[in-house]
Design a protein around this ligand. Sequence first.
Ligand code: PLP
Length: 408
Amino acid sequence: MNKSPNQKNTKSPDNSGHFGPYGGRFVPETLMPAITELDSAYRKARRDTGFKRDLDHILKHYVGRPTPLYEAKGLQKAVSQGIRVFLKREDLAHTGAHKINNTIGQVLLAKRMGKTRIIAETGAGQHGVATATAAALMGLKCEVYMGRKDMVRQVMNVFRMELTGAKVIPVLSGTQTLKDAINETIRDWVTNVGDTHYVIGSVVGPHPYPMMVRNFQSVIGRETRRQIRRLAGRLPDVVMACVGGGSNAMGIFYPFIKDPGIRLIGVEAAGKGIGTDLHSATLSVGRPGVLHGAMSYLLQDHWGQIKGAHSLAPGLDYPGVGPEHSIFKDSGKVEYAAVDDEQAFQAFKLLSETDGIIPALESAHAVAYLKELAPSLPPKSIVVVNLSGRGDKDVATVAELIRERADK
Ligand SMILES: *Cc1c(COP(=O)(O)O)cnc(C)c1O
């Protein structure tokens, strides 16, 4: 393949883990040895053909990659006549979402580093399930911190983790949700750095996590490039994905980042509206600050206090976002939009009806924005939407909304 000469000269992130002003390592001194150990182990593994071979083998035979790129003719007709819409089917990956691409990579790396214990934190439980699954596959002990409130809301995922042999540890401090679970996990890691690896679930946290998770998830975009060339004979005009922490979006965007003329669009959750306090539109209305080990856009009040996030989609409900998305927003390399709960709910029903695909509520945000964008696109445009996950987990939530409406 032809590489243009300027393709190699920008290093992202730089050696200190910065994406422009964003990223970095804002961690307690006690964690620095663990993080530098991880960084050098990852750099070595990345260049090792044995590691790549093992990873590719698992992704193919266990996760089910490559996932299909499917031309959604029904959705296409419903949103606009003249364009072609392709869905990258991460919903068909093992455990039902893209998160497994990253957890398999990190657990394989942990094993290679000689770690015997995996820890993670989870909010809605999806990252916990993907981590527990990878740990079960590779025979490592796994403990997942989860706020007690989240455990009540997400019983099914708690069972899935326990069935695959993980221990779910209820977090009783603070709001008993994700941010308290993150604090507990960091505390655990500080105490047990010798034998333990902390699996972070998105392109967030201190360096090298944003870079490493991006690279593990980039398999999505690499496959998409190959597949769209074969199916449509050329690269797409638009690539879209929902953004929570930003890993599925980064995974599909990154292999297209150097192509001029391809619009990359990240879709955040506007919740009950970005004018309210109930949303997760970090890039649309947040300000830069430091959270969970890195500088990025954040939802915060005038005093820098982190605000609670909200979305109908549990996986988008996070007040931060990856540092690389933050620099892409500033540079304009990626466009960011936001759609609200109602639009996501409508898109969830739409894709279920038009193509018989029930999307995750997170992914439904990207579908919803496609609906808004489609009429303004030139005829014959090719759009790829990353379908980050399947909606089985959201069926009860959506059924409840439908029932509420019927009662009115
Ligand atoms: C967790 C999750 C997301 C959001 O996470 P990103 O890191 O932004 O990708 C999106 N879709 C699904 C299905 C998820 O489980």
